[in-house]
Design a protein around this ligand. Structure first.
Ligand code: ATP
Length: 722
């Protein structure tokens, strides 16, 4: 089978579109309209005999995040089988840039943010004492230092450097020699460099071999990525697909309308085609209604909802504090699982929020509750775009690995020395300046007996140098256990552990560190079998530790989520994914009158397919769905005179009843998309119920456990229709 037979006519149109060089296919569609799935079918078609008989190295698929790539591969696997999906060239822009750079500079290195911090520490601002260089200045300096020619360097005046970066020429030269000697790139620089290589050539062979370039999530492409796409797709066919309403990288300069126009302007009328997918497959009509409202003026471009009504509106709850909210979510999840008799799995559920900080708070809360409750089987999964440990001090382990392979890597060695006992920044700086003035690598300088005699360096340095020398000659670089053991010894003996202790880690942070270490070890072991014959495990790990291949080896193709784990994520990381049940944490700092923020909320909400909890803290109103705050008397008036309002009230009442949990918690409820906003307390609810001619009694609440169970089968029915 070449085309998924469930494809709708417009989807099929996308699948079988032409792919002549210098043509453009533009697919625009709303959330859950099947963009990603249709692109997968297109790939299968292009590779089929009937389609284009293209080989896997002739089609390049680019997306923005590792998760989106994993999701794409997963869908591809469902369609084409594991083997084909594994071979397909699906990658993030950064992975693509890394492979282009690797062709040019065999010894290139990636500077993680933690490395940048180290670099800032190693090169303190000598111009104004006590004030060290910040990360963004350092990024600028690194870029300038790499590209500046010798001639330009001569002309580069101290005054210009000082006014731009706040330090003198000597400091600039130091940084230049640190980054230049090893071709170090920040994530951003990788993209700049890649664009330069594509522009001025020579372009690597593997890039020339692509005949079709496909870009998913085009709405989030920012100008630099648009440059790369335009360079890359010269003399090739280009398919782009996206939803302008889901653009959430405005802060990086993503301006979807502009980018679409810019790319389209490159093609004449005959060579470009626009296809709009207007059916919505993912979410229920009730959810779609809410999504559309959130967008306000800009309605969704979807005219047909394929799913049947779930007869259950999105839930909008109001809480006094985040703690209250998390308590509710934890209990609610238990309740959903229990009531569904196990049909709902933890992995069907996602808890999403705007900031990493909020997600971390929720994650920690669940961890604590899990420990103290008997829900031993409840697992929690934090979706991250980079492995957690790379964002901590543990990332020094990467520098340790680098010097185990090649101790002449100045930056890695200096960063490691900087952790040693009694070795302060001043000492590290002196070592570096002395090595530079002798035109030597730091490693060679430290091994020069004559120079060392006069240097009067702390003993810990020579101990470290001797250890490194010894371990390099004895370590088996293909043995995961031996590598891990060496790293642990290095951490224990040469300052990392001490640093962790002095930074007074809480018990929970310590636990995180341990789990980070375990994950590195696991990754090393799992990847021992993946490494190519001509690369040691250590080298292989270093060139891939930050690509999605090593984050979750093989499992990309097996299962995206673990059945026993509830997923926690920022909305940005969850982009492109879908879950039957989604909780959006009440957006603490959301100013939803800001259209860009609304888009983020919109992306979060549109991840849900069956049941959505869009929480809020007290007094937060989203005007398009809550309306303006109203007084109770106004509400009463409306309720008695307006049949529509009476209907809404009835719905509210029903929903309120459904949410009185079996744990006898009194609900704090303002429910469903249409709810008037002031029903956030029990007092309000009581007033509402009296308007409806019913007296509100707490005892009645407590008897509603059975009603609360009623709606769960509906959810289950929906889930089983997925
Ligand atoms: N023709 C179809 N028949 C049945 N289900 C479909 C069809 N097309 C798409 N779907 C389903 O709709 C859901 C959404 O598809 P997909 O993730 O490809 O949408 P998307 O447009 O990429 O979404 P988003 O923009 O939110 O990332 C998936 O569960 C997919 O299997």
């Amino acid at each position: 089978m070449l085309i998924d037979i469930t494809c709708t006519p417009p989807q099929k149109d996308v699948v079988v579109s032409e792919f002549q060089p210098n043509t453009l296919l533009n697919v625009i569609a709303g959330p859950g309209s099947g963009k990603t799935r249709t692109l997968c079918s297109r790939i299968a078609w292009l590779m089929s005999e009937q389609g284009g008989s293209l080989r896997e190295n002739e089609i390049l698929v680019l997306s923005l995040t590792n998760r989106a790539v994993d999701d794409f591969k997963h869908k591809l696997q469902n369609l084409m089988g594991q083997e084909m999906a594994e071979r397909a060239h699906v990658m993030t822009f950064h992975s693509f840039a890394a492979s282009v750079i690797k062709e040019r500079y065999a010894d290139w290195q990636l500077l993680e943010d933690e490395d940048l911090k180290r670099l800032c520490e190693l090169v303190p601002n000598t111009a104004s004492k006590g004030h060290s260089t910040n990360m963004s200045t350092m990024k600028e300096v690194i870029r300038k230092a790499r590209y500046i020619t010798e001639d330009q360097l001569e002309q580069y005046e101290t005054s210009e450097i000082k006014s731009k970066y706040g330090f003198d020429k000597e400091t600039f030269l130091k940084i230049r020699s640190l980054v230049g000697s090893h071709n170090m790139f920040t994530y951003e620089d990788m993209l700049f460099e890649c664009n330069d290589i594509l522009k001025s050539g020579p372009v690597p062979e593997f890039v020339n071999a692509y005949k079709v370039v496909i870009v998913d999530e085009f709405q989030d492409v920012y100008p630099l990525l648009a440059d790369i796409i335009l360079e890359l797709s010269r003399n090739k066919h280009l398919t782009i697909s996206g939803d302008p309403n889901q653009s959430i990288y405005g802060f990086m300069g993503a301006t979807p309308e502009k980018n679409w126009k810019r790319v389209a302007a490159n093609y004449n009328k005959e060579s470009k085609k626009l296809i709009t997918l207007s059916q919505a497959f993912r979410s229920t009509p009730e959810l779609l209604q809410l999504f559309s409202k959130i967008l306000g003026q800009r309605q969704m471009n979807l005219d047909e909802c394929v799913k049947n009504s779930a007869n259950f509106p999105p839930v909008r709850m109001s809480f006094d504090s985040m703690d209250d909210e998390l308590k509710f979510i934890f209990n609610e999840i238990q309740r959903l699982i229990k009531c569904s008799g196990g049909k709902i799995k933890y992995s069907d559920i996602a808890v999403l929020s705007y900031t990493n900080q909020e997600v971390d708070t929720a994650y920690r809360y669940f961890n604590e509750r899990k420990k103290n409750s008997n829900e031993a089987d409840l697992g929690i999964n934090r979706l991250n775009s980079t492995p957690r440990w790379l964002r901590t001090q543990l990332s020094i382990l990467i520098q340790y690995m680098k010097i185990l392979i090649d101790p002449r890597q100045n930056f890695s060695l200096l960063s490691s020395l900087n952790l040693l006992e009694r070795v302060g920044l001043a000492t590290v700086n002196t070592i570096y300046i002395n090595a530079l003035s002798n035109k030597m690598y730091v490693w060679d300088y430290l091994n020069d007996e004559k120079l060392m005699q006069d240097a009067k360096l702390p003993k810990s340095i020579s101990t470290f140098v001797n250890f490194l020398d010894h371990v390099r000659s004895t370590l088996d670089p293909n043995n995961a256990n031996a590598i891990m053991q060496t790293l642990l010894i290095m951490g224990e003996k040469f300052g990392l552990k001490q640093k962790l202790i002095t930074s007074k880690l809480t018990e929970q942070q310590l636990e995180e560190y341990e789990s980070c270490l375990r994950s590195i070890h696991k990754s090393l072991r799992q990847n021992a079998s993946l490494r190519p014959a001509d690369e040691s495990l250590l080298q292989f790990y270093l060139s891939n530790y930050n690509s999605h291949v090593l984050l979750d080896p093989k499992s990309n193709f097996a299962k995206l989520y673990n059945e026993n784990e509830v997923n926690f994520s920022t909305i940005h990381t969850a982009k492109g994914l879908e879950f039957p049940i989604v909780f959006i944490l009440s957006p603490n700092n959301f100013n939803l009158s800001d259209y860009r923020r609304r888009r983020v909320v919109y992306v979060g909400l549109t991840r849900a397919s069956a049941l959505l909890y869009f929480n809020r803290l007290r007094n937060q109103y989203v005007y398009s769905i809550d309306g303006a705050p109203e007084t109770t008397s106004k509400l009463n008036e409306k309720a008695s005179s307006n049949p529509d309002a009476v209907h809404r009230m009835k719905m509210l009442e029903k929903t309120a009843q459904a949410y009185v949990s079996e744990y006898n918690q009194t609900p704090k409820i303002a429910v469903c998309g249409n709810s008037p906003p002031n029903l956030s307390t029990n007092k309000d609810l009581s007033r509402l119920l009296s308007v409806m001619g019913r007296s509100y009694k707490r005892t009645m609440d407590l008897n509603l456990g059975a009603d609360a169970l009623k709606f769960v089968p509906m959810v289950v029915r929906k889930l089983s229709h997925r």
